[in-house]
Structures are given as C-alpha cells and as structure tokens.
Write a protein that binds this ligand. Structure first.
Ligand code: AVI
Length: 320
C-alpha cells in the first residue's frame, strides 16, 4: 500500500468526496485491506495529529524542533542567505520561524493543498517577519509546481520537515523528490526531516501512546467513513495497533477487528475475521545509508546531516 499521495479534493453533487469513496472501496476489496493515509487528515484528524505532536511518547516533532532551533549557525553556513525558502505541505508553518531566523531568506513560498489554512498561516508568518515577501501557493506538490514569478531569479531552498517523506513507500518518495527537484530548479537545495531507526519499543510507543491520542487519530478514519460514506463499521469492535515491520523498516498503523464483523460502506458489504486488519499508515524510518540512498534516488546529493542530542531524528541537507 502506498498512502501519502496528495490529490486535490473532488466533490460530486451530493458533497461526497469521490476520491475518498474510490480509495476506500478499492482499498477494502483487496486481500490486505488498506486505506491511503492521507484520508486520516479531515478536520478532526488534523487536530488529533496536532495533539499527537504534544504527547510524551511522540518524540519526532520535539526532536526535529530541537535540531531546527539549535543548529541555526550550521544552517546559515551551509545554506547561505538570500534564497527563496519553498516549504512543501507547509500546514500551520510551526517549524518555519526557526529556519527563517537562521538563514535570512529573500522570500518565503509556502505550498499546501489546503488553501484557507495556507493563507491564514502565511498571514501569521508575515506578521512575525515584516519585510519578508511571502507568496503562498495552493498546489499539489506531488507534481511539479509553477512557482510565483517574483522568486524566479532567486536560488531556492526546499523545506520538507515533519518526516512526512517517511509516510510514502520508496517509489513514491522518489517520485516526490524528483518533482521537488523540477519545482525548485538548478542550484537548489533541500532540507528534509527523516526519522531514524531505533529500538522497536520506542517506535511502537510513539505510535501507540498511553493517552490513546494516536488510537483516536486512527479510529477517526473509521468514523469518517461512517459519516461521509454511509458506513456501518462497528467502531467499538476495532482496535488501534502500531506494528514495527522490520523488513520495510517502518511503523505501520492498523485497525484490527476484535471479533468477526460485517458492515457496509457506500452500499457495498465487507467482512473482517477476528484479528484481520485495515492497514492505514506507513511511517518509514531511516539510517544514514538508507536516507542517503532515498535522496540520491530522487536526484538529491546529501551534503549535511544533523541529529538531536538523543540521536532520534535527522534533518538532512541535499543539493540538486
Ligand atoms: C505526519 N507524519 C510524519 C506522522 C508520522 O509520524 O508518520 C503521522 C503520524 N501518524 C501517527 N502518528 C503520527
């Protein structure tokens, strides 16, 4: 399953998201039921993800912020000033100020698929950095994006924090990195967050916190299906699971049937045996070699790498 591909939302007359329905029905028909992870992020899911970044077990967000805040001098030296920073999937741009303060860019271009969110975040950032030109672009960055003509003459720094690259299988990550290279052009650089392979118990706890925020995030997908696709999934018969898959070096999220269940989605019948799962997300983890290999496959040469003090997460700088 691959699952972090982003597409523009496509509504039919009844307001039902056709792409959502098609992805869910197709994913539920296979021998391993699977739903692309991008559907985890409706309003409730996006809020739950924000909450996850605050739970004690979920170290990636804190570790990456620590790196961005503490390595400003290194970034300034390696990247230089005067570039246009292009942030992919900028969302609420929470990690951006530390980077902008460090490198003194000539412009900031946040790219996101969610237009309202994007414009609000861009306005916030403009208020924090008066004098920095901000050009928000509403776009699906899985393909080459036309950047505003105002930044055409500037060298670019792509910024892709959060470890979202890890939510894609290698082939999709490679396609995305190549699309980023086309978007950013000759002479560009890329600063990307990549989570590291570590003790299995630490990884699984990060995706199955004791406060059950991640469980709610995962179960919210089943609730969304019931709400938006006339689903009858018995939510209380599903259990959240986070499982380390060593062969693929990734944490997988699954929804596990506690007992045999049958239900409908958009008029189609489905059944799950006890213990059968719906695979809802992959979060790939890297070591130095696998991170370099992934970046090189996408057309980027790694030139710098920074870890947090506990060596849990990496921020990698690469050149086109
Ligand atoms: C967005 N992405 C980097 C998160 C991750 O760690 O893979 C999504 C997430 N899923 C469960 N917890 C966090």
């Amino acid at each position: 399953t691959d699952n972090a591909g982003l597409k523009l939302v496509d509504l039919d007359e009844s307001g039902v998201d056709r792409a959502f329905r098609a992805d869910v029905l197709e994913g539920m028909r296979g021998p391993q039921k699977a739903i692309p992870a991008r559907w985890l992020y409706d309003d409730a899911g996006s809020q739950l993800y924000e909450d996850i970044t605050q739970v004690p077990e979920y170290y990636p967000a804190r570790a990456e912020t620590e790196i961005l805040k503490s390595r400003g001098a290194d970034f300034a030296k390696a990247i230089g000033s005067g570039r246009a920073v292009v942030e992919f999937g900028s969302g609420s741009s929470v990690k951006t100020p530390a980077l902008l303060r460090a490198i003194g860019p000539a412009a900031y271009v946040p790219l996101d698929i969610a237009g309202d969110f994007l414009r609000a975040a861009a306005a916030d950032l403009s208020a924090k950095f008066p004098g920095l030109p901000v050009y928000p672009v509403e776009a699906d960055f899985m393909r080459r994006v036309e950047l505003p003509h105002e930044v055409a003459h500037l060298a670019k720094l792509g910024f892709f924090p959060g470890g979202t690259l890890g939510n894609m299988v290698a082939r999709t990550a490679t396609d995305l990195l190549r699309a980023m290279r086309e978007t950013l052009g000759e002479g560009s650089m890329l600063l990307v967050g990549m989570d590291l392979i570590k003790d299995q118990s630490v990884l699984e706890a990060a995706y199955d916190d004791a406060g059950r925020v991640t469980a709610e995030f995962n179960l919210n997908l089943a609730r969304r299906i019931n709400r938006e696709l006339d689903g009858t999934i018995p939510i209380d018969k599903l259990e959240h699971a986070a499982r380390w898959n060593d062969q693929y070096a990734r944490v997988e999220m699954h929804l596990v049937a506690r007992e045999a269940i049958a239900f409908e989605i958009a008029g189609e019948r489905f059944a799950m045996k006890a213990g059968e799962t719906i695979h809802t997300e992959n979060s790939h983890k890297f070591d130095r070699r696998s991170a370099d290999k992934q970046l090189l496959a996408g057309g980027w040469t790694p030139v710098g790498r920074w870890l947090d003090a506990e060596e849990r997460f990496s921020v990698v700088l690469a050149e086109a």
